[in-house]
Design a protein around this ligand. Sequence first.
Ligand code: GLY
Length: 285
Amino acid sequence: MVILVHGGAGRVPKAHESEVLAGVAAARDRGWEVLSDGGSALDAVVAAVVFLEDHPRFNAGTGSALNRQGFVEADAAVMDGATLGFGAVAAVRDVKNPVLLAREVMASEHILLAGEGASLFARERGIPAVDPAGLITDEALARWREARRRRVRSSGTVGAVALDRQGRLAAATSTGGIVDKRVGRIGDTPLVGAGTYAEAPLGAASVTGEGEFLARALVAYRAVVALREADPEDAARQALLQARHLGGEGGIILLAGDGRFAAVHTSPQMSHAWRTPEGEGSALA
Ligand code: GLY
């Protein structure tokens, strides 16, 4: 069993470092608990991502980056490597845990629902609407004001990959996207093979960073298929270099079907945490 979690690419202010590290470690522990209780890799990655969506310090769910009009439009995806099942939502405005809605989409006849349609589907599946203002944190508002003043583009994302006792692999990713993005902008996270990918027995990947570049490089798929020839570190690096050639920085957590894994980034930092039967750790490098 393996669980590997990330809390997004980008630079974490010094004052927030310990909270971010504790956050990814706690998300990892949620996922590990599921695996230890005999749960599936899919249940484990969803549990880890729900925790990070509810944590106000991360750019997903509550605390998501704000768009140009100052509200949240969230993207999320899940993929089950055993079945190649995939579900995603994009630009959802009134859902507390977009990853849970993505999982419902996976169980439907579709793979991706966006905007109002995603919200309607959420109500059908018993996921209540939340007040969009409740997803906005003071920190996200401050980042948004700063982005508008200095025209900086920062992004962050959360994600998890896991391998369970039965050898099943899964990946999940969730994000508010890029701060001050255009209304309706959708990044790499909910696009299959771009921000999220899992395929047994090869591997599983969750990606973070500048979606416009990561998506065109199909970073998650590229990294997973590179595992045929390369170890996880090299496979992850190759995939991120393709995005860098296009002009974008980011990070990836990549887990091979045999349990080897890597967390690699070209962005200044990426918080992540992992656990295997041999041990656990967390890092913000
Ligand atoms: N990687 C997250 C985004 O660009 O939306």
